[in-house]
Write a protein that binds this ligand. Structure first.
Ligand SMILES: Cc1cc2nc3c(=O)[nH]c(=O)nc-3n(C[C@H](O)[C@H](O)[C@H](O)COP(=O)(O)OP(=O)(O)OC[C@H]3O[C@@H](n4cnc5c(N)ncnc54)[C@H](O)[C@@H]3O)c2cc1C
Length: 527
């Protein structure tokens, strides 16, 4: 009898799940044991703990996977919390002769690579075979591409396009990324062994009964404020959103132009993204990028449509670019010894300013609305992310990008190590693919701003910064400029009911441009 452990790492779905499909199709495998391991280090970090939003989204996604496995495949999944290497060590000791395979998806984050190396070392003298499936969270096989002879670090869409051309077939409608797999029709879970693992003395300290996780998710949910429930985790939610925003909305896909999308969400619904809002599902492995790619291609078929870089396919190509760089560039998440990061001399950590930024109390309503939306829902539009990251770094506050990166990492429900670092490097102006450092966003956008804020009704600002609910739109993006009379009639005195700006935006911009230029010049001189 041959039993395979199917370890779901960043693949919380049944569709396009090559690991599960392979296990169910393989003649040499009689039964399987599905396992998910919650990294307790991640959950319990003392100084960098993920917010309740992030936890809630992940827990809902795990619970959703368990429900789908139960309802569609009469299985379920064993959920453990702890260190993956220790957990597997105990499992292998207990089931030495029964397990023949350990199957899992490839994870490119440093921690994920490290634990896989350790597990493979653990199994080096054993008869258990491991199979790590590439290109599960990405379109490209990241390791294969970065190891190819002609690989050079991509810096632009042109570079990533060349990499796609070298690695994928094409047809007249563009790149062929392979069909997304349907969920397996059946799997054979080894229920007896699953039960004995759950009840084992050593493993019981790691084991989390489904009901405990459910209670934890419900506890978080009941403590959340309104608006915070907007994105629900899980594969089913992902597929519903995919259908609504992409598969049933061909015009939306064909007209999609990221630089022109509205950063202040849909008119009349300050919680619904003007873009797809699929990032939390992709980052948590609830939605396959291959499926999204193919649904976009269906929409594009026989129709005129936008093209990369601004199209939806263009966004997915940027995603691949950051995944490649995150593996090929040493110290991707650092500002030292990182060839993709100029070590600019950022200012000393300024706690009051960073706290004001994080809490949405800078006195710049657009920045504050974005940061409060992040705190509350765990999501923010791409151009909002542009504005707040530029504001924290080279724009107004002159703070190291890693400070913002860490705050985003704790709060974003779509937090992704490769993408978060890549985009912060981009926006801080320090990377080869960055926009020119002197292109600074005005944190008080008007109707012509490239931040594409809705400025006529300014409902987004009114929703997230309710102190300004009665302010006239004319002043709402820069309320300290309104006369005291207007402030009084709007029931909001600036400096009392809502903060004065924490910096003079024009002066700080000017000073920071000089600093950036000088720091850059020092680097060129090798100082
Ligand atoms: C400072 C900063 C930090 C960011 N951190 C993250 C992060 O941790 N996780 C994350 O998923 N995205 C991150 N992004 C990228 C981008 O903002 C989000 O992917 C996007 O806003 C998600 O919304 P959406 O799903 O509606 O995107 P859509 O515009 O509908 O795009 C579809 C998908 O393409 C991918 N994508 C879109 N834009 C980018 C991009 N610039 N880089 C890489 N992939 C992209 C995402 O998977 C997204 O879901 C960051 C951007 C900035 C400026």
């Amino acid at each position: 009898m041959s039993t395979a452990i199917v370890w779901f790492r960043n693949i919380l779905r049944l569709h396009d799940n090559p690991v599960l499909s392979w296990a169910s199709d393989c003649d040499g495998i009689d039964t399987i044991i599905p396992i998910y391991i919650l990294d307790d280090k991640w959950v319990n970090q003392s100084n960098h703990s993920p917010t309740v939003n992030r936890k809630k989204f992940l827990y809902e996604s795990i619970l959703g996977l368990n429900r789908n496995l139960e309802e569609k495949l009469q299985s379920g999944i064993l959920i453990f919390s702890g260190n993956a290497v220790e957990i597997f060590k105990s499992i292998f000791e207990m089931l030495d002769t029964e397990i023949t395979w350990l199957l899992c998806d490839f994870c490119s984050e440093p921690e994920g690579l490290k634990s896989m190396d350790e597990i493979q070392l653990l199994l080096s003298d054993s008869s258990i075979q491991t199979k790590v499936f590439p290109a599960v969270s990405t379109i490209l096989d990241i390791e294969k591409v970065i190891r190819s002879e002609d690989f050079i670090n991509p810096k632009s869409l042109k570079d990533i396009d060349k990499i796609f051309a070298n690695n994928l077939e094409t047809d007249p409608d563009g790149y062929l990324v392979g069909e997304s797999l349907a969920p397996p029709k059946q799997i054979k879970p080894n229920i007896n062994v699953m039960q004995s693992l759950a009840n084992n003395d050593i493993l019981s300290k790691y084991y989390i009964p489904f009901t405990d996780l459910q209670q934890e998710a419900m506890k978080i949910d009941s403590n959340l404020e309104t608006g915070t429930h907007y994105f629900l985790g899980g594969e089913n939610e992902a597929l519903v959103r995919l259908k609504r925003k992409v598969s049933d909305s061909h015009n939306f896909v064909n007209d999609f132009s990221k630089p022109h999308s509205v950063s202040t969400n849909e008119q009349g619904n300050p919680l619904e993204p003007s873009t797809t809002g699929l990032s939390p599902y992709i980052s948590n492995g609830c939605l396959s990028v291959r499926l999204l790619w193919n649904e976009c291609r269906k929409a594009n078929f026989n129709s005129s449509h936008t093209k990369p870089p601004e199209s939806l396919l263009g966004q997915l190509m940027f995603r691949e670019m950051f995944y490649l760089l995150s593996r090929s560039v040493e110290n991707w998440d650092d500002d030292n010894a990182n060839t993709n990061c100029k070590p600019i001399e950022w200012g000393e950590y300024d706690e009051p300013k960073v706290t004001a930024w994080e809490l949405g109390m800078t006195g710049f309503p657009y920045i504050d609305a974005m940061m409060r939306q992040l705190e509350s829902t765990g999501w923010m539009h791409h151009l909002g992310r542009h504005a707040v990251s530029c504001f924290l770094t080279r724009g107004q506050l002159w703070q190291n990008w890693k400070i913002g990166r860490d705050i985003f990492d704790r709060k974003l429900i779509d937090s992704d190590w490769a993408l978060n670092n890549g985009n912060w490097l981009w926006l801080a102006g320090v990377a080869p693919f960055s926009m020119p450092y002197y292109r600074v966003y005005n944190p008080c956008p008007d109707s012509k701003s490239s931040l594409n804020a809705e400025t006529v009704d300014a409902d987004f600002i009114r929703y997230w910064v309710p102190e300004l609910i009665s302010f006239p739109s004319k002043y709402i993006f820069e309320p300290h400029r309104a006369s005291l009379e207007i402030q009084r009639s709007s029931n909001c005195i600036i400096g009392q009911d809502y903060p004065n700006p924490i910096v003079n935006r024009k002066e700080s911009r000017k000073e920071n441009l000089i600093r950036f230029k000088e720091s850059n010049a020092n680097l060129s001189k090798g100082n």
